[in-house]
Design a protein. Structure first.
Length: 180
């Protein structure tokens, strides 16, 4: 990546200048007029009637843990590819370069050419949801199971992928069957 600003250009705050301006205005009010003005400003902002349980669910991870690394990769990759109004191909490419070994990236490109699909997702579209779970050690590496859910409502399809990381935490394979 040439510049961190390239990545920031695609951030949600950059794409939603109105939201960023509203937050900035709220901060100016809070600092300039004191806490009572902040409370008034917050009261005038429309708040959702219900907060979903999923929004309150914490997400955590551990540096160096295979499951966290794969979850970070898939989360960022799906976000980069899944913004239909403004997908970020540069970010998706940079993520591949950072997380995949060069040898696997080459094999993956050949797979994509043969199959006409995204090799990370094993699909032509982007999943609505995903889960990541540990599948244990395999040789000198670690296997993580990624379950991608495509579609919504009653028309969903799930795909299970087995992601193999080398001992230095780079992805060396993504397949539909376990290496175990």
């Amino acid at each position: 990546m040439n510049n961190m600003n390239d990545m920031n250009k695609k951030s949600p705050a950059h794409r939603r200048p109105g939201r960023r301006a509203a937050v900035a205005a709220g901060l100016v009010l809070a600092v300039g007029l004191g806490v009572s003005a902040q409370a008034s400003a917050q009261a005038s902002v429309h708040a959702p009637a219900k907060v979903s349980v999923a929004a309150q669910k914490p997400v955590s991870g551990t540096s160096g843990q295979a499951v966290t690394r794969v979850a970070d990769f898939y989360g960022a990759y799906v976000d980069a590819k899944g913004d239909y109004s403004d997908p970020d191909g540069k970010l998706a490419t940079a993520l591949r370069k950072h997380y995949l070994t060069p040898a696997f990236a080459k094999r993956l490109a050949a797979w994509e050419k043969r199959n006409g699909a995204d090799g990370i997702l094993r699909a032509q579209n982007v999943p609505a949801r995903w889960t990541v779970s540990d599948n244990g050690t395999v040789g000198n590496g670690h296997e993580v199971v990624v379950t991608l859910t495509f579609g919504s409502g009653g028309t969903t399809q799930k795909t299970r992928l087995f992601v193999l990381l080398e001992r230095y935490d780079h992805i060396v394979d993504i397949g539909t069957t376990s290496a175990r």
